[in-house]
Design a protein around this ligand. Structure first.
Ligand SMILES: NC(=O)C1=CN([C@@H]2O[C@H](COP(=O)(O)OP(=O)(O)OC[C@H]3O[C@@H](n4cnc5c(N)ncnc54)[C@H](O)[C@@H]3O)[C@@H](O)[C@H]2O)[C@@H](O)CC1
Ligand SMILES: Nc1ncnc2c1ncn2[C@@H]1O[C@H](COP(=O)(O)OP(=O)(O)O)[C@@H](O)[C@H]1O
Ligand SMILES: [K+]
Length: 475
């Protein structure tokens, strides 16, 4: 059975609020809170042995969940204390959860938190809107081991930004779907192990919000299938501009394209002496004509331009590719300081944060919004690379990739990425889907390497197997 793409939806906290309201039309809000508290309790029982536990309960529904957990853990015989940060609004869901906590509550105290063996953070969840009070920060800093309900207090669920301070949780239990902030830096490092629990919210309520952000997983996109009557031009042709001085980058990109299933890979060298490219792989075709002549070949639709190129090489070739309406994957050398106009017309660009900033200016705390805006303005797909790669389309769609590894932090792995993305584009995938699939397969190839310190060449070597696994995982 195909995965329902709604499995990968990442609603923002604002959308989650709407989802909660819609859900409350068919299932009582009190029941949802009870279920949320029960799920958190089960996870605590699974991960920890009974110990002195303090539950920090805020005034909103996050605090409400905390009161439910307190009641259920105490029922299991745990020594539980509730520390209340303000009172829930009279008549609210959290208020009735608090009223069911029959024991006394204590007021905020750093000392009491320092004495606790386990701290449950139910101060703020998705509703946090401003910096935490210094007194709350001082208390959170005293926690030795912490479990967060929904999200650690202080992490913005929409962006992963930190409101002044956030504790480092060992475990975070969230409900229904993860939110973008669970996966985006810097928030991500505060989350610890993330557990997503079904609390009975009906799936169909997802239709009430326009989801635009997704977790990048197979099923969000579908790789082309091989056919018995395949031929190389249907599999797709990838062409790469090969620099005169830095030649490794284009070769890595080419190797990646060959291994990830391109039907034909050609290098267009910018210099006369083509020996280095001719000797690099027997599978590689090398152009010996000028670019204008090469571009007469209509089968050469997809080009990688940037890896290993100097400013002049980019300026001599990129405009010609775009004028011939070729699909260009722009990377590395194509990101010239302040020269975004050069990139107008590319299909996909793959900058890391340094390259992105160089061309499009500084990025504030809301990276998703900035990348979305650039994708819209430039009318292309933007892949902002990093440990939480963001892939934004001009239509506003965003995928956040988690399927990767720090093994990718090696010179040349970006070149490898451009090759696999170009391959999928050449095989007929749409740009956003090709970019998402390329990023996932690239991450998978790194995960397949036999040791923790692979070179970019080794990562490129695992591209075929990684693609097979992506295909299997789509089902
Ligand atoms: N169906 C539902 O509604 C469910 C909601 N659940 C919980 O509800 C939470 C969201 O609830 P809320 O929207 O009440 O949000 P919170 O519990 O995060 O609380 C927000 C409240 O705190 C105030 N506040 C925000 N930032 C503050 C700051 N820095 N200093 C002081 N006060 C601040 C807000 O004005 C608001 O009153 C989720 O995180 C989740 O834990 C769960 O109970 C599951 C079901
Ligand atoms: N710590 C990390 N975790 C996951 N992926 C990473 C990490 N560091 C780098 N990467 C990935 O490795 C690639 C590096 O690309 P890039 O910075 O362009 O390198 P180069 O220019 O040397 O080829 C990107 O795809 C990036 O997302
Ligand atoms: K919390």
């Amino acid at each position: 059975m195909m995965q329902d793409r709604m499995t990968f939806a990442l609603p923002t906290p604002k959308q989650m609020e709407k989802i909660d309201q819609e859900a409350a039309k068919t299932i009582a809000a009190s029941q949802l809170m009870e279920n949320a508290g029960w799920c958190v309790t089960r996870e605590i029982l699974r991960h920890y042995s009974p110990c002195r536990t303090i539950i920090l309960c805020g005034p909103g529904n996050n605090g409400g969940d905390g009161y439910v957990v307190a009641r259920l853990l105490a029922k299991e015989g745990w020594p539980v204390t509730v520390m209340a940060f303000g009172s829930p609004k009279a008549g609210s869901q959290a208020d009735s959860a608090a009223m069911q906590w029959m024991e006394k509550t204590i007021s905020p105290s750093e000392n009491d938190v320092a004495q606790a063996e386990l701290v449950i953070d139910a101060i703020f969840g998705a509703g946090l809107k401003r910096d935490l009070d210094p007194s709350i920060v001082a208390i959170l800093k005293k926690a030795k081991r912490l479990v967060a309900i929904d999200i650690p207090s202080g992490v913005d669920g929409a962006t992963g930004a930190i409101y002044g301070y956030a504790p480092h949780a060992e475990l975070t239990v969230t409900f229904f779907r993860a939110k973008p902030g669970h996966y985006l830096f810097p928030g991500k490092v505060h989350i610890g192990k993330l557990v997503i629990k079904d609390i009975g919210i009906p799936l169909r309520v997802l239709d009430c919000v326009p989801i635009s952000t997704w977790l990048n997983e197979p099923g969000l996109w579908h790789l082309p299938v091989s056919a018995v009557d395949d031929y190389k031009y249907r599999r797709g042709v990838v062409s790469i501009i090969g620099g005169a001085k830095v030649t490794g980058a284009a070769r890595l990109s080419a190797l990646s394209a060959l291994n990830s299933g391109a039907g034909l890979v050609c290098i267009f060298p910018t210099r006369q002496d083509t020996t280095i490219y001719s000797l690099s792989s027997p599978c590689l075709m090398i152009d010996h004509h000028d670019l204008e002549t090469v571009l007469h070949d209509q089968r050469r639709q997809v080009w990688v331009c940037g890896p290993g190129l100097t400013e002049n090489e980019v300026k001599e070739n990129l405009p010609q590719l775009l004028a011939s309406k070729r699909h260009v994957v722009a990377d590395a050398g194509a990101f010239l300081p302040g020269q975004s106009h050069l990139l107008k017309g590319v299909s996909i660009m793959t900058p890391h944060i340094g390259e992105f900033t160089r061309v499009f200016g500084t990025v504030e705390s809301n990276r998703i919004q900035k990348v979305q805006q650039v994708a819209k303005d430039m009318e292309c797909v933007v892949v902002l690379k990093g440990p939480d790669t963001i892939i934004a389309g001009p239509d506003g769609r965003v995928a956040i990739n988690q399927h990767a590894s720090s093994r990718l932090a090696t010179a040349g792995s970006g070149d490898v990425l451009s090759g696999v993305i170009a391959t999928f584009l050449a095989a007929g995938m749409k740009p956003w889907e090709a970019a998402c699939a390329g990023v996932w397969v690239h991450g998978q190839a790194a995960l397949l390497c036999k040791h923790d310190w692979p070179s970019a060449e080794m990562i490129a070597g695992h591209m075929g197997k990684a693609r097979d696994l992506a295909k299997i995982s789509e089902k």
